[in-house]
Design a protein around this ligand. Structure first.
Ligand SMILES: C[S@@+](CC[C@H](N)C(=O)[O-])C[C@H]1O[C@@H](n2cnc3c(N)ncnc32)[C@H](O)[C@@H]1O
Length: 198
């Protein structure tokens, strides 16, 4: 097993009953920026195996709503206010379903990542496509002044993508959580205050 799966956060997640170490990145962002609130409706893209869903399920509480989408099945059993969908986010039918089945969301999260090849520019290009799609979905399903948090592998496309996201939200921050592996080029873009379209 690769070394990074067995670090401090891996063991902490096991001990605390979380499905992945990724939960500590969201926990840190939530502690600092409080993007999730009781009663919120949250869409989580790239949600498998489900640690962000576990965290969000509690943060919004039973009065909120959480929808998790992943191309892979999510096998964990969640509370009734959490729905999981096995879908490819690039399918147009998936976006139509999100729009027709659920009322607008307060927050869209995306921890989507491609299967990495180890070739830096190929991985960052694939991550950029996922990030771009996540923003597209967020703009279609969020209600103002909603928030978006999305993962992006830094690469030549990053600045352009960040600038495009910035134009639709009031505030934008680039975040590198402590639980993010030091050798990883992943960053998280936190955009808050979705502007109303004219
Ligand atoms: C790092 S994992 C997410 C971990 C998750 N946040 C958690 O806490 O358990 C990235 C996920 O993105 C998903 N993904 C990649 N491409 C996707 C696509 N086109 N549509 C939906 N999900 C996708 C992968 O299947 C993978 O499960």
């Amino acid at each position: 097993m690769p070394h990074h799966y067995q670090d401090h956060y891996f063991f902490k997640a096991k001990k605390e009953g979380f499905l992945a170490r990724a939960v500590y990145k969201l926990e840190e962002i939530q502690a600092k920026y409080r993007i999730l609130r009781p009663g919120f409706r949250v869409l989580d893209l790239g949600a498998a195996p489900g640690s962000w869903l576990q965290f969000t399920e509690k943060a919004v509480g039973p009065g909120g709503r959480v929808v998790g989408v992943d191309i892979k099945p999510i096998r964990h059993l969640f509370a009734p206010h959490v729905t999981t969908l096995e879908r490819d986010i690039f399918d147009r039918a998936c976006l139509e379903e999100l729009n027709s089945r659920f009322p607008p969301f307060d927050v869209v999260l995306s921890d989507m990542a491609p299967s990495t090849t180890g070739i830096r520019c190929a991985d960052s290009a694939r991550s950029a496509l996922l990030f771009e799609r996540a923003i597209e979905v967020a703009l279609a399903v969020l209600k103002p002044p909603g928030s978006f948090l999305g993962k992006l592998f830094q690469g030549s496309e990053s600045n352009q993508l960040i600038a495009a996201a910035k134009s639709r939200f009031n505030r934008l921050k680039v975040v590198k959580p402590g639980a993010s592996r030091k050798d990883s080029r992943e960053i998280y873009i936190l955009a808050t205050g979705l502007r109303k379209t004219q």
